[in-house]
Design a binder for this molecule. Structure first.
Ligand code: 5GP
Ligand code: MN
Ligand code: MN
Length: 396
């Protein structure tokens, strides 16, 4: 259940203890809820400070959208697939499986030498129309197009990851799942930043408490241009993840030829959707939140050493049919690097085949909130389908 936080033009519904939310995040929430175009704000239990607007929140607006609230990784999200394997099928040497995955999917700044052949990405069509759409929007920008094509099917860095997980408890104890976290790579960032710069200069944004909250409004050419790039980048992100799922499935099949797969689950957690509530058409921005409409399958990851959850939405309108996108950060990357060492990381990722060097100390499990508490705080938004724990984690 949520707590209503007053003091803004529209109520802020919060699935977290308001006392636990940092001051600067609370200020951001009030700034957002005071925007003239805002219809409602829902705050998820993984909420924390973010650029422009908090991560772990849902902003429903009428006839407006804030590009900084969507963020630079347009369409960032998760994909997961259940396999026919169980723990006993996995090799003792998980390092080999990890290396196979790392050679199938470029990570960090890596991209494909030549674009992945779309014929290899089963179940995803419409590639010609997709690229034509980009060409029509950005004709003559061949360099941008070529880079975007070679980044399809690549992971990126930071906390983007690929995991091999085992189901915990229940009738399907030990079931192997594959999951991954990535978005629209550099092309999404490039498009987002262009539009954010345009929005900041629009006269109707002159008096905002925070210039990062600059919005586009319906009926303007700037809004039309943003919407086209936004929805294209969301599609790009979904295709990027679908391509990686195909490459990942093949990599696991090369190691374990008997494997078969269920249908992939895919959910954005940084995106905009047009949805109607009580007859009002809204632009719903989920920035670090997933859609949790009735029956929707979603993925809520914890950290590189704790579990993750596959969930099913309950269709609760009070959160604009949304749920958290993860455990959420407990502290900044800078603070995590100050507080913890590579030895701490190794201790907190015991039993996980993953990087344990100082380069990923800012991703240490203790830098994130407790995923189980985050799940317990939203039992009116989602129900748990499967509780997973990783045995392999590849980070960019
Ligand atoms: P974000 O999209 O905000 O960058 O991160 C999404 C969420 O993923 C974080 O809030 C965190 O709970 C979770 N997370 C970060 N790194 C990992 C990881 O390596 N493995 C898993 N399972 N979850 C992670
Ligand atoms: Mn991302
Ligand atoms: Mn993300």
């Amino acid at each position: 259940m949520y707590t209503a936080v007053d003091g803004a033009r529209v109520p802020i519904r919060m699935w977290a203890d308001p006392a636990s939310v940092e001051d600067q995040a609370m200020r951001q929430l009030h700034n957002v809820a005071n925007l003239p175009w805002v219809h409602g704000v829902a705050v998820m239990p993984d909420v924390h400070y973010g650029k422009g607007a908090t991560v772990g929140s849902v902003i429903a607006m009428r006839d407006a959208v804030s590009p900084a609230a969507v963020g630079v990784d347009i369409g960032c999200g998760m994909s997961a697939v259940r396999t026919s394997l169980t723990a006993k099928d996995l090799p003792d040497d998980l390092g080999k499986l990890r290396r196979r995955i790392e050679s199938a999917v470029p990570v960090g700044f890596g991209l494909h030498k030549t674009p992945v052949n779309p014929a290899k990405v089963h179940g995803v069509g419409g590639w010609d129309a997709f690229w034509k759409g980009f060409g029509e929007l950005h004709s003559g920008v061949q360099e941008l197009h070529d880079r975007a094509a070679r980044q399809i099917g690549s992971l990126g860095g930071g906390n983007h990851f690929i995991e091999v997980c085992l189901e915990q408890g229940g009738a399907d104890e030990g079931r192997v799942w594959l999951m991954l976290h990535s978005g629209s790579r550099n092309i999404g960032k490039e498009l987002a930043e262009r539009h954010m710069a345009v929005a900041r200069k629009l006269p109707h944004n002159a008096d905002l408490p925070d210039r990062d909250l600059a919005v586009f409004v319906a009926g303007t050419p700037e809004m039309a241009a943003y919407r086209r790039d936004l929805f294209w980048a969301q599609d790009y992100a979904a295709r990027n993840r679908a391509t990686m799922v195909a490459l990942l499935k093949q990599a696991v099949r090369d190691e374990l030829p008997q494997v078969t797969y269920g249908d992939a689950i895919s959910c954005h957690h940084n995106y905009v959707a047009e949805e109607t509530y009580d007859g009002v058409e809204l632009l719903v921005t989920r920035k670090g939140a997933i859609r949790a409409g009735s029956g929707d399958l979603g993925i809520i990851p914890g950290s590189m050493g704790t579990g993750s959850y596959i969930v099913r939405g309950l269709g609760n309108d009070s959160s604009f049919q949304s749920a958290s996108h993860g455990a959420g950060r407990r502290m900044s990357r800078t603070k995590a690097k100050k507080l913890f060492t590579a030895d701490d990381l190794a201790a907190q990722t015991a039993g996980v085949e993953c990087r344990k060097d100082s380069g990923v100390v800012d991703e240490i499990p203790a830098a994130y909130k407790d995923i189980d508490s985050v799940i317990r705080a939203q039992t009116d938004l989602v129900e748990v389908v499967a509780h997973l724990k990783q045995v392999v984690c590849v980070k960019g």
